[in-house]
Design a protein around this ligand. Structure first.
Ligand code: FES
Length: 188
């Protein structure tokens, strides 16, 4: 698998031929991937929506599946890898159940987004330099601008936008998510 990924990143066609999906061992159940590919009629032009749906399923793009998708869409592995690494929406690393994006663009920064970020990282107990909590519940990131400067400071949790935040308001939002998770854990 290491060789396969190296070839994919290098774009070396000789190596890629030697790493066709049939020779790559993928231990996971591929039925969900097949359903996504079939839904898009295995069209090359559907690469981005295919990757989006795979990421929605796994919360990231497992590299071994990029090789599989490349073969299914008759694209080179380098092309698929290039798209997956070009767009910020895609991640090759596992993300948390809640992806918290705190804007640190100029408008948000001057309205104290660093304090919002600080309280969130503290509340979810993220160690320095780490983006995802060990339990896989939260990923906390900063972004340059979310395009909602009028609502500064802004954060997005998954698809939900929270604007005109204070550190206290952000903490309350995170506490609500933590409480929800605890309740679900107890009910399970
Ligand atoms: S700077 Fe934060 S939304 Fe634009």
């Amino acid at each position: 698998m290491e060789d396969s990924l190296r070839a994919m990143k290098s774009g070396n066609p000789t190596q890629q031929r030697a790493n066709q999906p049939e020779s790559v061992e993928i231990s996971r159940d591929l039925s969900a991937i097949e359903a996504i590919l079939n839904k898009h009629n295995r069209r090359r032009t559907a690469l981005i929506p295919v990757l989006q749906e795979i990421q929605n399923s796994y919360r990231y793009l497992p590299e071994e599946l990029l090789v599989y998708v490349a073969s299914a869409l008759s694209l080179s592995s380098a092309t698929v890898y290039g798209v997956a690494t070009f767009y910020a929406q895609f991640s090759l690393e596992p993300k948390g159940k809640y992806v918290v994006r705190v804007c640190d663009g100029t408008a948000c920064h001057v309205k104290n987004s660093p304090a919002v970020l600080k309280v969130i990282r503290k509340r979810v107990k993220l160690a320095n330099g780490v983006a995802t909590t060990p339990d896989g519940l939260f990923t906390v990131e900063t972004v340059a601008c979310l395009g909602a400067c009028g609502l500064a400071p802004v954060m997005v949790i998954n698809d939900q936008v929270h604007g005109q935040l204070t550190a206290e308001a952000a903490e309350t939002i995170i506490d609500e998510l933590l409480a929800r998770e605890s309740a679900e854990e107890v009910a399970a």
